[in-house]
Design a protein around this ligand. Structure first.
Ligand SMILES: Cc1cc2nc3c(=O)[nH]c(=O)nc-3n(C[C@H](O)[C@H](O)[C@H](O)COP(=O)(O)O)c2cc1C
Length: 214
């Protein structure tokens, strides 16, 4: 599906805690020369979380700039923001050649909409299309603890082809900062979207003698 210009990636951002995950992945996708276009959809509560957790707010059209620019870095500008109410947008159709999609962070509400095939907003419709077209859909679900309803919805989505990647950080790469935690997790998500990362820490095993003091 990848065009000559590069990959087309859909990013859904919902009202689960973890706006920093969305910001980090958008910055990395925007800076990645392998990516031609990013279609960004943010739910109403996702917008609220951006403001609450990152103090980012403003008119919808200005959000991509504000999400990217707080780093001060000048990068490519390839993000198109779409209103979540626009179920007639390009990405709502399987004929549009998107490569893959992630929902990051993914609320239990949006997970339920995806698992139930609701397609009543653009995030859940684009996810539905991604599944029906057999393309990669990564759901970065976030809540704690999970109820049986959450777990059953995850199973349902996974059985329909989604990859469930809970927003759970790893510690074996010995992170020193929140950015280290977030970047390692986001790298893992990007790999699943078909974008291998050289910033990703890869565990190479440990000599038995060191691990078990033998
Ligand atoms: C500050 C705040 C934090 C929230 N954190 C979570 C969360 O981590 N996970 C979750 O599933 N819902 C969380 N919610 C609740 C969702 O935002 C809510 O269920 C919303 O309806 C989800 O809608 P959306 O999927 O369209 O964004 C949070 C809400 C607020 C205001």
């Amino acid at each position: 599906m990848e065009s000559a210009e590069g990959k087309i990636i859909i990013v859904g951002v919902t009202g689960a805690s973890g706006a920093m995950l969305a910001q980090t992945i958008l910055r990395m996708l925007d800076a990645d020369p392998r990516v031609a276009r990013i279609h960004l959809v943010i739910t109403q509560t996702g917008i609220r979380l951006l403001e609450h957790e990152l103090q980012i707010s403003g008119p919808l059209a200005e959000l991509p700039e504000r999400i990217l620019d707080s780093s001060g870095a000048k990068s490519h500008r390839k993000i198109e923001i779409l209103p979540n109410t626009d179920v007639g947008a390009s990405i709502a159709s399987g004929s549009y050649p998107a490569d893959s999609m992630c929902v990051i962070p993914c609320s239990m509400g949006t997970l339920a909409a995806i698992a139930g095939g609701a397609s009543n907003d653009l995030v859940s419709r684009a996810a539905d299309v991604t599944l029906k077209e057999g393309r990669r859909l990564v759901l970065c679900v976030r809540d704690t603890p999970f109820s049986r309803i959450h777990l059953e919805n995850m199973l349902r989505a996974q059985q329909a082809g989604a990859l469930i990647m809970p927003a759970i950080p790893s510690f074996y790469h010995q992170p020193q900062t929140i950015d280290d935690l977030v970047t390692q997790y986001v790298c893992r998500v990007l790999v699943q979207l078909g974008l291998p990362q050289n910033r990703q820490f890869a565990w190479k095993g440990q000599p038995l003698r060191k691990a078990f003091k033998i």
